[in-house]
Design a protein around this ligand. Structure first.
Ligand SMILES: [Zn+2]
Length: 255
């Protein structure tokens, strides 16, 4: 569910869809530092569905290891990715310092963690951003590869990516869903269903779970906050900085 990264080869070109960081437990450190499974210098184009770290977080490492191609994303994804990657470089630096400190306290010399990239790598990655994708406007990525970004309703700028691939007399339409947003959210438009396809590659982070209707969730949140205030307490809300925080602020201002 994290570390999203898919390669497509067509007509002599190599494309990646997303280049995300693995997240979740300490075992992911090795996965993040590990091989991409292909030579980054061979990748011609990176198509980015959205700016969450599990979809963009390894881009600086890809660049550090030789990627010289073009990153194509929507304007909002490009701007948010800059913030996310700078933050990721900073977080890794902080993590390294903290683990070094803990190791020293234990009298060990090996902290067991090294950042996979730094601030300079994150800044270098920004130079690889090329064309800006507008929703539903096809872009010719190569002679036989045309892509279109379709609103995925997940976070600002998020997209499903439709690839029209031609190789000899074979034609295939492949859709990468990226993360898809729920419907009926207050700050974002609902996802637009993409056109039909031969193949759909889809992530289902919450695929095994039924979500309650949004109004019930908001009501529970509202009650928890008000209950805390009634008892004279302070409310601390640990939440994703990107998208979820904006929703929480929206509901606290409108309730
Ligand atoms: Zn996401």
């Amino acid at each position: 569910m994290t570390g999203s990264c898919h390669a497509i080869e067509c007509g002599g070109k190599t494309l990646l869809v997303d280049c995300g960081l693995f997240q979740g437990d300490p075992q992911t450190d090795a996965a993040n530092a590990g091989d991409f499974g292909l030579d980054p210098a061979r990748v011609d184009v990176l198509l980015l569905t959205h700016a969450h770290l599990d979809h963009c977080g390894r881009i600086p490492l890809l660049v550090k290891r030789g990627f010289k191609g073009e990153i194509i994303a929507t304007a909002a994804t490009r701007e948010l990715t800059r913030l996310v990657l700078l933050d990721a470089a900073h977080q890794q630096d902080e993590e390294a310092k903290s683990r070094k400190h803990s190791a020293e306290l234990r009298g060990e010399s090996d902290a067991g963690f090294a950042p996979v990239y730094g601030l300079i790598d994150a800044l270098s990655a920004f130079d690889r951003f090329g064309r800006t994708a507008a929703y539903d406007q096809p872009i010719d990525v190569a002679t036989d590869v045309r892509v279109a970004f379709v609103n995925a309703g997940h976070i600002l700028g998020s997209a499903s990516i439709v690839l029209d691939l031609v190789e000899g007399d074979r034609r295939r339409r492949v859709i990468f869903s990226g993360d898809l947003g729920p419907t009926g959210r207050p700050l974002l438009r609902d996802a637009d269903p993409p056109a039909n396809a031969d193949v759909v590659v889809m992530e289902t982070t919450y695929g095994d779970r039924m979500h309650r209707p949004l109004d019930q969730t908001v009501e529970e949140f509202d009650e928890a906050v008000n209950d805390c205030f009634r008892r004279g307490g302070n409310v601390v809300v640990p939440t994703f900085a990107l998208e979820r925080t904006q929703e929480v602020l929206y509901y606290t201002r409108t309730h």
